[in-house]
Design a binder for this molecule. Structure first.
Ligand code: SAM
Length: 165
């Protein structure tokens, strides 16, 4: 499972798909104090250590406006995870749950997300607290925390849709 790539009692792995359906671009690298999975927090916390999100040069202009938001949502690629388990045993006690009912890093597309607290943005680096990933983890995206974000684009019909389709 999660920690050291072993299969635990009751866990179920499936064969990896023969092809992939989409490509991703790593837009930066996350620098944290954690160099092994066993020492890493399971979830980041607002009072956790300051971490640095390095955004690679072609994407740095995309940081304009980020400082307006006290909290950001960070998406990252949990690159050292296995991707083939459909049932996992987080407690390693023989009981298992489906991968999609967990926030384990082991998943078919190992995307991690954290809501982080912004410290500052400086020279293409976003300084934050609240991460839970290993040093060197690839960065996928940065967005304002959705609870703080009001769309800037004009309203459209679907915005008011409620109830059944
Ligand atoms: N907060 C994210 C989420 O909920 O989507 C990730 C939660 S996941 C439980 C965090 C754990 O993933 C860490 O405790 C560590 O064991 C593992 N991890 C962190 N960085 C990783 C990486 N680059 N590759 C593989 N596993 C990683």
């Amino acid at each position: 499972m999660v920690r050291l790539n072993e299969i635990r009692a009751g866990e179920v792995a499936v064969a990896p798909p023969a092809t992939v359906d989409a490509g991703l671009v790593f837009i930066g690298r996350i620098h944290t104090p954690w160099i092994d999975r066993l020492g890493c927090p399971r979830q980041g916390r607002a009072d956790g250590p300051a971490c640095r999100i390095e955004v690679f040069p072609p994407w740095r202009e995309a940081l304009d406006g980020v400082s307006l938001y006290e909290r950001l949502e960070i998406l990252y690629w949990l690159d050292r995870s296995r991707r083939d388990l459909v049932r996992q045993s987080p407690a390693d006690d023989g009981t298992t749950r489906g991968t999609f009912s967990l926030r384990s890093p082991v998943r078919p597309n190992p995307i991690g997300t954290s809501i982080v607290h912004l410290i500052r943005v400086e020279d293409g680096v976003v300084h934050v607290r609240g991460l839970d990933c290993l040093d060197g983890t690839p960065l996928l995206d940065i967005k304002p925390d959705r609870t703080l974000f009001t769309p800037l684009a004009p309203p459209q019909a679907g915005d008011d849709a409620v109830g059944d389709a």
